[in-house]
Each structure stands twice: as C-alpha cells, then as structure tokens.
Design a protein around this ligand. Structure first.
Ligand code: 13P
Ligand code: SF4
Length: 307
C-alpha cells in the first residue's frame, strides 16, 4: 500500500515537474520519495539551486517561505497548511522593532525559524549548523540574537569575544528535554554517547558528548566508533539513524521530543498536495509579494554567503 502511494507520488512529481524537499524530521516513507533530505541550512541551499518549476517542502512553514524567497520564480508549496514552527511565532516584527530601537548598536542575528515578516527586520539569518561560523565571521561585536535563547547561548559560548543579547524564545519541544531525562537515560544506557541539538536547555547541553544540528548529529553518529547513542533531538531521526547504521543502537532522550507540526505531514498528505499543484487558489502555495521577497531575502542571502 505504502509502495503504491510512493509510486503515484513519483509519477506525479515527474509529470508536474516538482522538486520534493524534506526536512530530516520527516518519516522514512516521505524521505524515500524526496529529491533531497537535510537540515534547514542544506534545504535552503537546495531550494536556491532546484531547477524544477515547482517545489514541495515537506517540513514547516518557515522552510517553505525560505524556499520561496530564494526561488521567487518557482511555485512553492508547503506539505500541510497548518505545519508551523511555534518558535517562529514567539517574536512579532513589532516587538523586534521595539528591541532594535532600544539597542540600535546591535546587529540583529535571526535564527531561520522565524517568519518572513520578521526576517525583513534582521541583518543576517543563521541555522543551527551555520550559526557559530556566521556569528564569528561578523565584524561587529554587539549582537541581538532572536528568537531562540538556547541556540543563542550556545553561540555565545562558542564565540566568547562577542557580546550577545538574547531574546527569551525557545523551541517548546527541545526545551522540554530536562536534566532529569539526561540522568534517567544515562542510568539506563551507561555506554551510550549523548548527542543533542543546540535548541536544548543549557544543563542538557552541558552533559552532552556532542552538540549539533540535525545533520551534524546524524553525521557524528555515523562516523563515531561508539555503538550506542542517546539522541537529544526530534525522535524521528532515530529511525533514519537505525536504518543507516544497523549495527549501532539509538535511544531517545525523552519520549516528548516529538514535533507535532512536523508530524502533520503524512505520505497521503504529500500525494494530495501533489494532485493540487498548479490549481489556482491553492491553500498550500506560499504567496508573497515581490517587495516581501526582496526585503526578507537580504538576511538569507547573507547567511548563504557567510555560511
Ligand atoms: P536544523 O537546522 O537542525 O534542521 O533544525 C531545524 C529545526 O527546526 C530544529 O528543530
Ligand atoms: Fe520548530 Fe521545534 Fe518543531 Fe523544530 S522541532 S520545527 S524548532 S517546534
């Protein structure tokens, strides 16, 4: 049954000239039919380079918006109309404008998990895999980092010469993993290495053997000589890792590390969105004005240039 749906998706994808991009948090039945799977930074680069007329982003809204901003001449679709990132909603452009007015000498660095409207007010975007490199390459010392305080604090530790003011946003999923989860997992799996995403809390990161983006965690686990790993990011990557490394064992740090927004996309949803590609008034299509694209693109272009 799954194979039949996948075959129909592959047929329609070719017929309608669609590039399917999938974030690594998507399930294996979806990543199997994608043209490219990766973390936010890699997806941005792929979106900029895709040659198809249409792009279908299997992920959350800011990822599809980024694809549209980088490929304004393509029609870009989001795999589920309600798939948003709650962190992207935590800071409004109005609040950021007020913060900027109070701190006019700070360069505004925005995590890519933000709305396109917020990006219009930022100087440079970063992803979890490019944040340290980009912030350290900035000539300015004083930075305002929004919205994720956990990623911002991690960057501050890696770049001690910078003076980073943090906004107090966070990913409700990663921020939910606690030091108690770490203690329990370490007792249960004493030989396992702990690999965590920088969106996790400080005390969780302090106990980690490796801190990195989704792709960073996957690459680390694949290359490592260790045989067991506790994974401190969205639990879906455990299935991908188990498939890639059948001789290793992967455990979740917490059962709560599930992004319900990422889970909204199912294989059937992908098929039904594909069927509607090209229809007018398609609620899954990302619609932005030329001006919105132009204004929000500057900080994404700078990210691609510095990252
Ligand atoms: P990555 O940049 O690691 O893909 O992270 C995106 C994200 O939303 C993590 O929760
Ligand atoms: Fe947003 Fe967190 Fe979900 Fe990533 S895991 S998309 S940061 S809510």
């Amino acid at each position: 049954m799954i194979r039949e749906v996948q075959d129909e998706i592959l047929r329609l994808k070719k017929e309608k000239d669609v590039c399917i991009l999938a974030h690594s948090y998507q399930t294996p039945d979806i990543t199997e039919i994608a043209d490219f799977v990766g973390d936010s930074f890699a997806l941005s680069k792929m979106a900029a380079g895709a040659e198809n007329k249409n792009v279908l982003m299997c992920g959350v809204r800011f990822m599809a918006e980024t694809a549209k901003i980088l490929s304004p001449n393509k029609r870009v679709y989001l795999s589920h109309v309600d798939a948003g990132c709650p962190m992207a909603q935590q800071l409004s452009p109005e609040s950021l404008a007020q913060m900027k007015a109070k701190e006019p000498d700070r360069v505004v660095v925005a995590y890519i998990n933000t709305t396109a409207a917020l990006k219009e007010l930022c100087d440079v975007c970063v992803t979890s895999s490019s944040a340290v490199k980009i912030v350290s390459s900035l000539p300015e010392k004083k930075i305002l980092f929004v919205p994720d305080c956990n990623l911002g604090r991690y960057v501050q530790k890696q770049c001690p010469d910078k003076d980073i003011k943090l906004y107090n946003g966070c990913c409700p999923i990663h921020n939910g993993a606690s030091i108690e989860d770490v203690a329990i997992a370490k007792i249960r799996y004493p030989n396992a290495l702990l690999l965590v995403h920088p969106e996790c809390r400080e005390e969780v990161c302090e106990n980690a053997d490796y801190i990195g983006s989704t792709s960073g965690i996957m690459q680390y686990a694949e290359k490592s000589d260790a045989k067991e790993f506790i994974i401190g990011t969205e639990n879906s990557i455990i299935a991908h890792l188990q498939y890639k490394c059948p001789d290793k064992k992967f455990y979740h740090l917490s059962q709560r590390l599930v992004c319900t927004n990422m889970r909204l996309t199912t294989l059937y949803e992908v098929l039904s969105v594909l069927k509607t590609i090209g229809d007018s008034d398609n609620e899954n299509e990302i619609i932005m004005t030329g001006e919105q694209i132009e204004l929000s693109r500057k900080c994404i272009d700078k990210m691609l240039q510095l990252g």
